[in-house]
Design a protein around this ligand. Structure first.
Ligand code: CA
Length: 236
């Protein structure tokens, strides 16, 4: 991002480790954002009510209340984008944070570039929702084109035939491009709420879709697996 650009958005950094908190604040201020900080869950909740916050970066491991509780409390009255920050071995926690209403997550340690990419995606989805405008009916990244109004998928200009479930999966990811979608959310969206948590069908569907859209299905360039959490369709 252009360091001279000044954003009007305020980001609340909730992190008890002062070193990480300072690193994030430094990166965000450098990118032109306004920052508020909180070292505990209680502090985070009062900061949220005291002043307008446009996005929350939330460390899940807080000294007082569980990060998950902060998400539930905030979601009672606010749709503010929440990006969860979590340790590498906390896959289950990441998934339940997303299912509880967090928008995305970052795994420690992360770079300033990753941080900015997640924030950019969160604000883009927020603005699309806030304006009530239709999301761009088209996904077009590196030769993969998905026309959401026509239900058409092209690779390098050539139409690819996908099954109805492959299309449901692909369009769900395309509408949320750049964001991780949890396995539970995907299964619910494709097969309905009664389907349970059987991930076998999703893995099979994902494999057949990847064979159609990925040049190397074994090391996918479009749909990345977020181990233990879900899948993310890359937006760049
Ligand atoms: Ca912590």
């Amino acid at each position: 991002m252009n360091p001279t650009q000044v954003y009007s958005e305020t980001i609340l950094i909730v992190e008890d480790d002062p070193q990480i908190r300072n690193f994030i604040a430094y990166a965000l201020k450098g990118a032109g954002f306004k920052c508020l900080t909180a070292g505990t869950g209680q502090d985070a909740l009062s900061k949220m009510t005291e002043s307008p916050v446009d996005l929350m970066l939330l460390d899940l491991g807080l000294p007082d209340v569980d990060g998950m509780q902060v998400i539930s409390r905030v979601r009672e009255w606010s749709e503010v984008p929440i990006i969860v920050v979590s340790a590498r071995d906390q896959d289950r926690e990441k998934a339940s944070a997303l299912d509880s209403g967090a928008d995305d997550y970052l795994t420690k340690p992360f770079s300033a570039t990753e941080l900015m990419a997640r924030i950019r995606v969160a604000f883009r989805h927020l603005h699309q929702n806030a304006n009530g405008q239709q999301r761009p009916p088209r996904y077009d990244v590196r030769g993969l084109t998905i026309e959401l109004d026509k239900r058409q998928v092209h690779i390098d200009g050539q139409e690819i035939h996908v099954t109805p479930n492959e299309y449901r999966l692909l369009s769900l990811l395309a509408k949320n491009a750049g964001k991780v979608m949890t396995t539970d959310t995907i299964i619910r969206e494709i097969w309905g709420p009664g389907y349970g948590d059987d991930t076998q069908a999703l893995r099979a569907l994902m494999a057949s879709l990847r064979r159609k859209i990925e040049k190397k299905p074994g090391s996918p360039a479009f749909i990345k697996t977020e181990v233990g959490v879900g899948y993310r369709l890359m937006d760049i």
